[in-house]
Design a protein around this ligand. Structure first.
Ligand SMILES: [Cu+2]
Length: 157
């Protein structure tokens, strides 16, 4: 009985693996998030979890879910990334004064940065491909929030 249902599940898994494999070979699937997704919950002055692991050279989406009453963002400086697509939940004025005026693309790989902002109760997303393994610090750039504890580690493996 249980052996039969195991076989059934195995078949379904194999089929979905095939489907995922096919999707993955479609070139330039821009606009679709694809890859893995990681959800980071922002509350009023904390991130959960405080440590995120992603794989180098693999497309990943970080979803910033704001469960607080304040505006929060998720910012990583000096992280080598490519193919960045940001879907903010708001036109965020960039609290920390960094990367204003679309400057985040200047400087090329090595000094690239990630920044996505989400209003209270909303969710924003940023999709990117990490360039190389390493450990980076993410934080909320709204003044005072990082100092209050809105900080964590992004680990690229
Ligand atoms: Cu914040």
């Amino acid at each position: 009985m249980s052996r039969i249902s195991m076989v059934g599940i195995g078949g379904v898994l194999a089929l979905s693996a095939l489907l995922v494999g096919c999707r993955g070979t479609v070139p330039g699937a821009a606009g679709s998030p694809g890859g893995d997704a990681v959800t980071v919950v922002a509350t009023d002055l904390a991130f959960q979890p405080k440590e995120i692991r992603v794989a180098a050279s693999q497309r990943v989406t970080v979803r910033l879910q704001n469960k607080g009453k304040l505006l929060h963002d998720w910012t990583v400086e000096q992280v080598p990334v490519s193919a960045v697509e940001t879907r903010d939940s708001d036109n965020h004025p960039m609290g920390g004064g960094i990367m204003s005026g679309g400057g985040m693309m200047s400087g090329g790989v090595g000094s690239a940065a990630l920044h996505v902002a989400s209003n209270a109760g909303q969710t924003a997303e940023v999709t990117f491909v990490p360039g190389q393994a390493g450990e980076f610090t993410f934080y909320c750039s709204v003044p005072g929030h990082r100092q209050a504890g809105m900080e964590g580690r992004l680990i690229v493996e």
